[in-house]
Design a binder for this molecule. Structure first.
Ligand SMILES: [Zn+2]
Ligand SMILES: [Zn+2]
Length: 213
């Protein structure tokens, strides 16, 4: 065990996407740039990920992503989620680090209980812990999932309701909160989480995801 970890410590890293030796992500596998110009929530024009009106309506101070969920970014998420490759979380956190505000508490958006059982870990919490180590900001996993919620096939409104039900804040939280997630899709989960955290006492909530689908 010790020898294996020593070997992996000294051995050069391999690109998580194509396997080329040298680093966790080689220059030949660049992450696709985030897609700006269209609001995540209303699909109207926006300078950033979401327009100011929708941010306000969803109780989010800002939303930022490190990459578009495609190509190498999609591969990294798959490596982490479906192949249990935790070094992908390390790399994802490194790319999210420049997006972090100087202050705040990192709150990972928990995966469903079913997924945590299947994978043996919660990917957003793993990313948040890496971010915490590198930024010095604390992690506070105040959000929890109430139970199983099947979202496939349901429309956006139902999905939103189901997720508001499923997520809960387990204790009060104060100050600025930075929500952490791996993939941002409709923004419904992040919006539900922001509302819960404001209700739980947070002064402001911003969201940072590794990628946007
Ligand atoms: Zn590569
Ligand atoms: Zn909008």
């Amino acid at each position: 065990m010790l020898i294996t970890s020593l070997v992996s410590f000294f051995a050069p890293a391999n690109c998580l996407v194509c396997g080329r030796e040298g680093s966790l992500l080689c220059p030949g596998c660049p992450l696709p740039e985030p897609r700006y110009g269209r609001c995540l929530f209303c699909h109207g024009s926006a300078e950033a990920i979401a327009c100011p009106d929708c941010l306000l309506a969803n109780q989010l101070a800002s939303v930022a992503v490190a990459a578009r969920y495609a190509g190498p970014a999609e591969e990294l998420v798959a490596k982490l989620k479906y192949h249990g490759d935790r070094s992908a979380a390390h790399l994802m956190a490194a790319r999210m680090l420049p997006l972090l505000p100087p202050d705040g508490v990192l709150v990972p958006i928990p995966a469903t209980l079913e997924h945590i059982r299947q994978r043996g870990f919660d990917q957003a919490q793993l990313i948040a812990r890496h971010l915490s180590r590198r930024s010095g900001l604390p992690v506070s996993p105040v959000l929890a999932r109430a139970g199983k919620h099947h979202q496939k096939g349901s429309d956006k409104a139902t999905r939103h309701a189901a997720m508001s039900d499923a997520l809960s804040a387990t204790r009060p939280i104060y100050g600025s909160v930075i929500l952490i997630d791996d993939v941002l899709t409709t923004g419904a989960t992040m919006s539900a989480a922001a509302q819960l955290l404001i209700q739980a006492g947070a002064e402001s909530v911003c969201g940072i995801a590794f990628s946007q689908a």
